[in-house]
Design a protein around this ligand. Structure first.
Ligand code: ZN
Ligand code: ZN
Length: 116
């Protein structure tokens, strides 16, 4: 995933160090204390839109990182093969509007059910 490359604008304009999001309002450079408002960052990047959710995720407020899949199994009856075990995975969608999607995959026939 080219996620980090999409965020080159999150690097310090003076020393090139990666900016740290210190709050939802500012990203700061840990080396030279260069400060950039996240509003400015959001406005600068056209291809990649920074949403408040992205910033919260960066700050570790959201428990799921970008592209993180959590794998667990749950008991759920498969309508296709009658199996009663599903793999349960969650994916955080990139867009704030899409939120989190849960995938249930039958461990036997691999039939997948998605739920938002
Ligand atoms: Zn700097
Ligand atoms: Zn099945």
């Amino acid at each position: 995933m080219a996620f980090s490359r999409d965020r080159d604008f999150l690097f310090c304009g003076f020393c090139g160090n990666m900016l740290t999001l210190s709050s939802v309002k500012y990203a700061t450079c840990p080396l030279c204390s260069y400060k950039r408002s996240t509003k400015e960052i959001a406005g600068k990047e056209i291809k990649y839109q920074v949403t408040s959710q992205d910033i919260r995720r960066e700050l570790g407020i959201s428990t799921f990182g970008e592209g993180t899949l959590q794998l667990a199994t749950i008991s759920r009856k498969c309508e296709k093969c009658g199996n009663d075990e599903f793999e349960y995975t969650r994916k955080q969608m990139r867009s704030a509007d899409e939120g989190q999607t849960t995938f249930y995959t039958c461990t036997k026939c691999r039939d997948t059910i998605t739920e938002n």
